[in-house]
Design a protein around this ligand. Structure first.
Ligand code: NAP
Length: 247
């Protein structure tokens, strides 16, 4: 691999939005480090990228384990001598109404969806500062912007990502590092597959562009935000939701 190839870390790369982001960044010439819990599915993503002429490697980590995540990111920096792009995309839902939400449901979502991003940014910011270049992209949700009944844990984690992003943008902007949020609306992935078809139809009917989002719609936004061209874009929340929230 040429040493001037930009290195991107994408969490939650085994399927859905993270997989589409990884494929897109690899197609655009980045080496992509694919992160999620099990190596098997990541290996399939890696093979698909390699078949298309791209470059990727696999890092099986539970991002909810902060020590393992920090070690993994430090390992990437040591192996490649650089980290240029970090996409914090791994996420889970544990939906429940507030009255019924357990401490475990709250804690797990905060740990996986929010704390992991803080840990990853802390670990990646040193190599980014060294390279005087960085693109941090946190995948939040329109739930974190406008709230969503049944998602107190998830909406709080995603809103937390927005505050984290704006703070990172302020702290690291002078070092050539940008931080932005991409906030998807309803995207057709495993995460939303369990929702009843009538609810999906109702949602699509309310979206100004009259369709549900696809993982590639989100990947397209991440592609720009993480590009060399996007150096003057930082601290922003880009809602990729077909115009539903217009927040
Ligand atoms: P998905 O299809 O359920 O995929 C989630 C990804 O995260 C998988 O690769 C999963 O891999 C990984 N992951 C989950 N827990 C992990 C952990 N503890 N450690 C490492 N990896 C973990 O979800 P998606 O729809 O693509 O969502 C991706 C992101 O977009 C999430 O942050 C989600 O909140 C956000 N988002 C999605 C929608 C939507 O409508 N789909 C809307 C707004 C925001 P393994 O299970 O193999 O570990």
């Amino acid at each position: 691999m040429s040493s001037d190839r930009r290195v991107a870390i994408v969490t939650g790369a085994s399927r859905g939005i993270g997989r589409a982001i990884s494929a897109r960044l690899a197609r655009e010439g980045r080496h992509v480090v694919l992160v999620s819990r099990s190596a098997g599915p990541l290996e399939e993503v890696r093979a698909g990228i390699a078949d298309g002429g791209g470059s990727a490697s696999v890092l099986a980590i539970d991002v909810g384990d902060g020590a393992a995540l920090a070690r993994g990111i430090e390992g990437v920096a040591a192996e490649f001598g650089r980290i240029d792009i970090l996409v914090n995309n791994a996420g889970i839902t544990r939906d429940n109404l507030i009255l019924r939400m357990s401490d475990e449901e709250w804690d797990e979502v905060i740990r996986v969806d929010l704390t992991s991003a803080f840990v990853a940014i802390r670990a990646a910011s040193r190599p980014m500062m060294k390279g005087r270049f960085g693109r941090i992209v946190n995948i939040a949700s329109t739930s974190g912007v406008v709230g969503n009944a049944g998602q107190a844990n998830y909406a709080s984690a995603k809103a937390g990502l927005i505050g984290l992003t704006k703070t990172v943008a302020r702290e690291l902007g002078s070092k050539g590092i940008t931080a932005n949020v991409v906030a998807p609306g309803f995207v057709e992935t495993d995460m939303t597959a369990k929702l009843p078809p009538d609810l999906r139809d109702q949602y699509a009917a309310q979206v100004p562009v009259r369709r549900l989002g696809q993982a590639e719609d989100i990947a397209a936004a991440v592609s720009y935000v993480s590009s060399d061209d996007a150096g003057y874009l930082t601290g922003q929340v880009i809602c990729v939701d077909g115009g539903l929230t217009m927040a």
